[in-house]
Ligand binder design. Structure first.
Ligand code: NAG
Ligand code: NAG
Length: 443
């Protein structure tokens, strides 16, 4: 009798303590409506870097952003110690969610094995096999104006990778953060952890930028809501049916493609081979994507030549060309180029979208300053359109809108509505992507 009573009491106390510890966790992790990440740019590699906090006890880690990346991957060979790290079993719902086609098994027949994916490093063009794990991740919440409390995501999926996958990444970097449109990339994992909208905003700069997840507003000093729908132009996000780099052959691409149907320079449409601008269903080649791992917009050779030719012509004979500085093909004497609020006074370049909206590129985003008095058109020749063949200069995608062209342009990736909202240059609105108020936490 006595023993049964004490058992019941013990059980009650156990339940109570489990419940109260659960409540305590729920309280510190009070469901945020939005999250925020700071971004910096590494000057030597031109990589965009963010900082996350992971593990028990928590460790701060620097990772490179990949807006089209499939998931978070971390080098697990560099002293990974955490009491909350767990392997993801083969066949588990998380493994299915990842689209994995692989399983790492041991000799032990009762071992179900660990779910396998293919983390890749687009800078070294290396992909490898990696096991999926879960661990706790901490990230700052926001009300859209300031950073707020840190919140935790208890079992955040990520892939382990070997030391060798870090090759080509900036010093101190320990992995890459994928923000792709698939289910195990960070935007989808955050929105399912906190039940907020599947959308995120990217605002990069050559110094400090910001990424928002979840519910708007997204506000930059001096009080400019860059997520305001009346200030954005929208275009559908297009699903490329074939992944060019994927963990599992046959998966649709996690990258963000938009429909560009032509290009104008100084208001005049270029004559382009338009079949390059739509991707074929066989290999998923062609089309236009947005990338944070390409520092400059990269164009298929025939498109590149057309853009450079028209730009040089529109700039006119009064602006002397100077010796080109790699990787650019057209550089000019900057003394002959004036200045505007949106950068050097050069001909406007417009990407004409399928819904006839324009993505307009002004001097601050088209020109790159390379030393004294030299300005180069910041577009790169990607080579002819072809299959991904690592190490050879081929491009599988006709137009890759790169980092320099999206700096100080706010991009809203709305996965729920499958559309992209874009602001054009924020310099017109007298703000920049460095203007999120990370300094004060007022709520
Ligand atoms: C247009 O591009 C496609 C795809 O690369 C190619 O097969 C075709 O020959 C090109 N057409 C012209 C007129 O160059
Ligand atoms: C934050 O503080 C730093 C250093 O005090 C300052 O340089 C920076 O301009 C501030 N940023 C904003 C957005 O207020």
């Amino acid at each position: 009798m006595a023993s049964s009573f004490s058992f019941k009491l013990f059980f009650f106390l156990f339940l109570f303590s489990a419940l109260s510890s659960h409540l305590a966790t729920a309280k510190t992790a009070a469901f945020p409506k939005a999250l925020v990440l700071p971004v910096t740019k590494d000057t030597t590699t031109r990589q965009y870097i963010t900082q996350i906090t992971q593990r028990t006890p928590p460790v701060q880690l620097k990772v490179v952003l990949d807006v089209g990346g499939e998931f978070l991957w971390i080098d697990c060979e560099k002293g990974y110690k955490s009491s909350t790290k767990r392997p993801v079993p083969c066949g588990s719902p998380q493994c299915v969610l990842s689209g994995s086609g692989a399983c790492t098994t041991s000799d032990n027949p009762s071992d179900v094995g660990v779910c396998g994916v293919m983390p890749n490093n687009p800078f070294s063009s290396v992909g490898t096999s990696g096991d999926l794990f879960e661990d706790i991740l901490y990230i700052q919440s926001t009300n859209g104006f300031n950073p707020g409390k840190q919140v935790s995501v208890p079992n955040l999926l990520f892939s382990c990778a070997p030391n060798s996958l870090l090759e080509g990444l900036a010093s101190g970097i320990i992995g890459m953060a994928g923000f792709g449109r698939n289910k195990v990339a960070l935007p989808s994992l955050f929105s399912s952890a906190f039940s907020f909208p599947r959308k995120f905003g990217v605002c990069l700069s050559s110094s400090n930028g910001v990424i928002f997840f979840g519910k708007e507003p997204y506000v930059l000093l001096p009080g400019i809501d860059v997520s305001d729908p009346t200030s954005l132009t929208y275009t559908p996000l297009i699903q490329n049916p074939r992944s060019l780099v994927s963990s599992f052959e046959g998966n649709p691409s996690a990258e963000y493609f938009i429909g560009v149907k032509s290009i104008k320079v100084d208001g005049k449409p270029l004559r382009l081979n338009t079949t390059l601008l739509t991707f074929d269903n066989e290999g998923g080649h062609g089309g236009t994507k947005i990338s944070t791992v390409d520092p400059f917009t990269t164009l298929e050779t025939s498109i590149y030549k057309a853009v450079v030719g028209a730009f040089v012509k529109a700039l006119g004979p009064k602006v002397p060309r100077v010796k080109a500085v790699a990787p650019f093909g057209a550089c000019f004497n900057a003394k002959y180029i004036g200045n505007t609020r949106v950068g050097p006074a050069v001909p406007q370049i417009d990407l004409v979208l399928r819904n006839d909206k324009l993505w307009s590129i002004f001097g601050a985003n088209s020109m790159v300053s390379v030393g004294d008095d030299v300005l180069c058109l910041g577009f790169v020749d990607g080579g002819p359109l072809n299959f991904v063949d690592w190490g050879v200069k081929f491009t599988p995608t006709a137009v890759v809108i790169g980092g320099h062209q999206i700096e100080n342009n706010f991009l809203l990736f709305d996965l729920g509505a499958s559309r992209l909202g874009f602001s054009s240059s924020l310099l017109f609105r007298q703000t920049t992507c460095s203007n999120f108020n990370f300094n004060s936490s007022t709520y």
